[in-house]
Design a protein around this ligand. Structure first.
Ligand code: GAP
Length: 458
């Protein structure tokens, strides 16, 4: 199937029907733009996180992990600039009371030809007026002026009303890495350049979330901050651009469906920023970001916390506040890209069609499905299942024809199906079917684990 035939609607239906992703709070009619991961989705997500951690922490000799609190001292968000600046330009439709981002309205109206990132609010208002951009919901042209809308979710802590303080659900995980710079450096005896990585939930009150799990109000980020000398930051920025690219390629993506997008508009402190974009069914869209942030983050935390962020170089005795090269990727966003990339509809001999998810085996939710050819082989099949489950996530299925069971595993993306037949009882061999080629080979039960393990290498 050409990937162009995959629509977001088709993917959402597939995900819901086989158990990757369900609408959040489904039995109550859902809650807009929240999603729950089902049995296949949670495995896929865990494996994507494992793959990322492996490449950016485990295989790096100078990166360390943290798992910081979601609720942070509100001063963190003053220092980071989120309290003052983390806002989107919103416009309300006075007719139907719907709220939209002005920049999204312009990008969609101009089909990507106009870049609203470089426009002021006044310029955006003027564009919307002169080009008669109407409300996408009711079709009227009856807008309020643009107002900035802070996207941080707030909540309050304290047991009495008097003691209540506003705290924020973090809108990015990065600040948990910056505020632990001194702790990690000290406890790990880390020498600059070194990195701090974190995977965790972030929350943003997005005005126009949507497109399935592409943009949601609650999502997971995988972020890595590399602390380095200012003069090395450009080199590390280019290195992380390449590492970020290589990571997605190693998951099986084709370079034809990825591209770099360098930012035209930079924050005042930033030296460079770019995204890697993926060709989603909705068009080219951001998958991740790489940013050369100068020493802004640690300088601001020094200013607001009063704690010195100076690093003393043990070799040169130089003292400086390290610069940061940030690499940030949404786990859900990458998972969506993996789903899009893996989805295929294949015409089979005899006129049948199969939906198959060609995941890289490392991220596939289940690695092996154990299928007894007939129900009276289930005792042996369950033995095999028990042995293999000690090593991998396995699925067991004895319902329906073997053909139907293969199709079910293809839809889930299980790379290997092990079929137990009457010969298995005689000689302890099985057939092992490859999801992608559909070829079957005969092998001893004792050799399955080593064979699969080799294929899972990442
Ligand atoms: N610390 C830097 C930072 O948060 P960002 O560009 O705002 O940068 C980084 O976000 C990545 O997080 C994005 O490239 C995207 O993959 C993901 N992301 C951001 N907002 C998201 C949302 N509302 N829903 C899902 N993923 C999101």
């Amino acid at each position: 199937m050409s990937k162009k035939c995959l629509t977001m609607d088709k993917l959402v239906t597939h995900c819901k029907s086989v158990g990757f992703v369900y609408p959040g709070s489904d039995i109550y009619g859902g809650l807009a733009n929240t999603w729950d991961y089902g049995p296949l989705g949670v495995e896929l997500k865990n494996n994507i996180k494992k793959a990322w951690w492996k490449k950016f922490v485990q295989e790096s000799d100078n990166s360390f992990g943290v798992d910081a609190a979601i609720l942070m001292n509100p001063r963190v968000w003053d220092a980071s600039g989120h309290t003052a600046n983390f806002s989107d330009p919103k416009m309300d439709c006075k007719s139907c009371k719907s709220r939209f981002r002005a920049d999204t309205l312009i990008a969609e109206h101009s089909k990507g030809e106009v870049n609203p990132d470089v426009m002021t609010n006044e310029e955006m208002e003027q564009y919307i007026e002169t080009h008669h951009v109407n409300c996408p919901r009711c079709g009227n042209h009856n807008w309020t002026n643009i107002r900035q809308f802070n996207m941080m979710f707030s909540t309050s802590r304290g047991v009495t009303d008097a003691g209540q303080d506003i705290v924020y659900l973090r809108p990015e995980t990065a600040q948990g890495e910056y505020v632990n710079f001194l702790n990690v450096q000290r406890t790990s005896r880390a020498k600059v350049p070194f990195g701090i990585a974190q995977i965790g939930k972030s929350f943003r009150n997005e005005i126009t979330p949507g497109n399935f799990i592409f943009r949601t109000i609650e999502f997971e980020q995988m972020e890595h901050q590399l602390f380095c000398k200012a003069e090395d930051s450009e080199r590390f920025y280019n290195e992380y651009k390449q590492k970020a690219w290589d990571f997605v390629i190693s998951l099986g993506f084709s370079p034809d469906e990825l591209r770099f997008h360098d930012h035209d508009k930079l924050a005042h402190y930033a030296k460079a920023a770019c995204d890697i974009e993926y060709l989603f069914p909705i068009g080219w869209s951001e998958l991740n970001g790489i940013h050369n942030r100068s020493n802004y983050d640690l300088s601001r935390h020094q200013e607001y916390s009063g704690k010195s962020m100076l690093y003393l170089d043990p070799v040169t005795n130089e003292k400086y506040i390290p610069s940061v090269v940030e690499y940030s990727i949404g786990c859900d966003r990458l998972l969506l890209a993996c789903l899009c990339d893996a989805y295929d509809e294949e015409q089979l001999e005899g006129g049948d069609m199969r939906v198959v998810m060609h995941f890289h085996p490392f991220i596939a939710p289940y690695k092996v499905a154990v299928l007894p050819l007939q129900k009276n082989l289930s005792a042996k099949a369950k033995d095999v299942y028990k042995t293999l489950s000690k090593k991998f996530m396995c699925s067991y299925d004895e319902a329906g024809s073997i053909g139907k069971r293969y199709r079910r595993q293809d839809q889930s993306g299980t790379p290997f199906c092990v079929t137990i037949d009457f010969d298995t009882l005689e000689d302890n061999t099985v057939t092992l079917r490859d999801r992608d080629t559909m070829e079957q080979i005969r092998m001893s039960v004792d050799d399955i684990a080593a064979y699969v393990e080799k294929k899972l290498e990442f």
